[in-house]
Design a protein around this ligand. Structure first.
Ligand code: SAM
Length: 291
């Protein structure tokens, strides 16, 4: 039998089940086996690696994962796809499909049930583009026992996630993700390898979880508040942005100036020039004065 990801087999499956794509679920299926193999390659599997997939669709990536991973756990929101997956993935015995919205699912509980005592778990996915950031943030902030994430998403979002300080794409999203992971864009992907073709370009990113966050912060929530406030208006200095967008500061100019001095950071700089460590230092000094 041909692989699910070949264009002819994909068409055959869609016809057999009279399947129509739901835009609201971000359904763009991959029809290029080489690209799928490359994606899986970036996850650095060993014989002991298990995979979690978000959105298996008709199983194109799931099949490639099942061939290389010890076990695969996949979350699919669309119940129309469940009988299709049972059919297309029937040759593989190491796959569990959970019919749930991953954003609402208790992922830790599913790991405990289906991947108990597993030591090496990677998330590998071609994400639904309408919810890429919430899904990635959920996976990174719930303290799940995963080594990292390799996923396809919009190229523009990939560029922002892996951007370094001093570049135009660097902002609060870069910091939110790089706080927890080492992030890199590993591959760009043309529209032509999807069915239907999306109207944006795509890229694959690799996120490897850090052992400890990129900065030691007193209070994570406040750190991210400082970061977001610093980027509220990109053309403005951090002095201006924090004065107007950090409510707990209560527009206290003198205190802010003192905090810049203590952190050894010029208030005339723009947010995009600060490293994660510098944001950590600044937020810790502010936190000590404000709370
Ligand atoms: N993995 C398949 C592939 O590469 O061909 C399909 C990828 S498609 C871009 C995204 C998949 O995610 C679809 O199957 C869609 O139904 C599913 N999906 C969308 N939102 C979801 C959610 N919140 N939770 C779980 N699955 C979701």
């Amino acid at each position: 039998m041909k692989e699910i990801s070949t264009p002819s087999r994909t068409k055959e499956i869609l016809q057999k089940y009279d399947f129509f794509f739901k835009k609201s679920f971000g359904q763009n299926f991959l029809i290029d086996t080489n690209i799928l193999e490359n994606i899986v390659g970036y996850a650095d599997f060993t014989d002991e690696t298990c995979a979690i997939e978000i959105g298996p669709g008709i199983g194109a990536l799931t099949e490639q994962l099942a061939k290389r991973a010890k076990k695969v756990l996949a979350f699919e929101i669309d119940n129309r796809l469940i009988p299709i997956l049972q059919d297309t993935l029937s040759p593989y015995s190491n796959i569990t499909i959970v019919n749930e919205d991953v954003l609402k699912a208790d992922v830790q509980k599913e790991i405990d049930t289906h991947l108990p005592n597993e030591k090496d778990i990677m998330v590998v996915a071609n994400l639904p583009y309408y919810v890429t950031t919430p899904i990635i943030m959920k996976l990174l902030t719930e303290g799940l026992p995963i080594r990292g994430i390799v996923c396809m998403l919009q190229k523009e979002v990939a560029d922002r996630i892996s951007a370094k300080p001093g570049t135009k794409d660097y902002g609060s999203l870069s910091i939110a993700i790089q706080f927890y992971t080492h992030a890199s864009t590993v591959m760009t992907v043309p529209r032509t390898v999807f069915m239907p073709q999306p109207n944006v370009d795509s890229a694959v990113i690799k996120l490897v979880k850090r052992e400890t966050p990129a900065a030691q912060v007193e209070n994570e929530e406040f750190f991210f508040e400082v970061v977001r406030a610093s980027f509220a208006q990109r053309r403005k200095t951090i002095n201006n942005n924090l004065l107007h967008n950090l409510p707990s500061l209560k527009k206290n100019k003198e205190l802010l100036e003192k905090c810049f001095q203590q952190s050894n950071i010029e208030g005339t700089r723009r947010g995009e020039t600060l490293s994660i460590e510098e944001f950590g230092t600044l937020s810790n000094v502010l936190y000590a004065h404000l709370f």
